[in-house]
Design a protein around this ligand. Sequence first.
Ligand code: PLP
Length: 392
Amino acid sequence: MTYNVDQLGFYGTYGGAYIPEILHQCVQDLQEAYLPIIEDPEFQKDFRTLLRDYAGRPSPLYYAHRLSDRYGCKIYLKREDLNHTGAHKINNALGQALIARRLGKKRIIAETGAGQHGVATATVCALLGMECVVYMGKTDVERQHLNVERMKMLGAKVVPVTSGNMTLKDGTNEAIRDWCCHPADSYYIIGSTVGPHPYPDMVARLQSVISEEIKWQLQEHEGRDYPDVLMACVGGGSNAAGTIYHYLNDPRVRIILAEAGGKGIDTCMTAATIQRGKPGIIHGSKTLVMQDEDGQIQEPYSISAGLDYPGIGPMHANLAKTGRATILAVNDDEAIRAAYELTLLEGIIPALESAHALGALEKMQFKPDDVVVLTVSGRGDKDIETYLRFKD
Ligand SMILES: *Cc1c(COP(=O)(O)O)cnc(C)c1O
C-alpha cells in the first residue's frame, strides 16, 4: 500500500482530473510532461539553484527551547517563514514557473487567498520576465491589502472577484475560467495540492524539498533522520504535503494535520473540510467538499484567508480516510492564542495559517523524549492587524 498518487492520478478513491472539454488537451499535455521535466537534471539544476540563491533555502530547522518546555517534548520548527516572500509558496511557484517556461508558455494565471501564492507567483514572473494575472476574491483583496500592493508593485494584474463570498474558492473559479479561454498560451500555477491531476502530485513533489531537508537536519540535531511526530496546517495541503512527503510510508512517524475550525466545527462558520466534508468534485478533483444535501458548495469560514477553502487536497482526504494522518480542527481563538504564545516564547510571529498548527499542540499528549517537527508555513506580517484586534 502506498499513499502516493497512482497512474491515473488517484489517491485511493480521491483525485483524478474532472475538467471541461476545452482544458482536456493542455491538462493531458501537462500529465505527460511533468515527471520527465521534474526528473530532468537540467531542470533540477535550475530549480535547486533558485531555491538556494533566490529563495534562501535550506530553511532552518530550529530547536524551540521555551516552546518545548511548555509542552514537555522536543519541538523543532521548520522555518518556511524565512523564505523569500515569507512562506513556503515560493518553492512551488519557482518550480511551476520553470515548468511553464519549458512548455513554452509566456502568460501565467494564478489564484490567491491570503495573497501569499499571488505574491510568490508575481515574484517569479518578474524574475523570469513573464506576464502575470492573479484572481483574488474581493473580501480577500480587502483583508490582505498589503499583499495586493506587493503584487501590483511586482508587475502583476490583480483581478478582484465578486462572486460567492468573494474568497479563495471564487478566485479559483475565475482563474479556471481564464484558463479555459486561453489554454494554448497560458499556464495556470495552482498554489496548493489541489486541482486536476497532475497538480496535486506536482505541487507535492515541488514542496517535498521541505521533508528532504528535515531528514538531514534532524540527523544533525538528533542523530536520527526521522521525528516521532510531524505537524502542519492544511488549507489545500501543500505545506503539509511538503513536510510529510518523505515520511509518508514510514510508520514510525505520526502525522498530525490542523484544519481551520473557524468558530467551531458544529457551527456553520467553519472551514474544517476533512471533518465536515463529503465526497464530491471541486476545481477538477474528486475529494472531500463542504456541501449541502443538493451538492451545492457551502461557503467556508476561517479567520485565516489561507485556510478559508471548502475543499482539501485528494492526498490528504485519503490520508484521513486510511487513518495515516490524524486531523484536528483548531478554532480561530485557539489559533490566535497559539500565535501570541509562540511570539512571546520564541520571538517568532507566525502567519495565522501556521498558528493553526501551533494551536494543535495543546490538543496532544507528548512524552518527554518525543521529537516533534512543526512547520511554520509563513510569517505573520500580513496578519498583524488581525492579531492586534484580538489582543486581550
Ligand atoms: C497558503 C498558505 C497556507 C495554506 O496552504 P497549504 O497549501 O495548505 O499549505 C498555509 N500557510 C501559509 C503561510 C500560507 O501562505
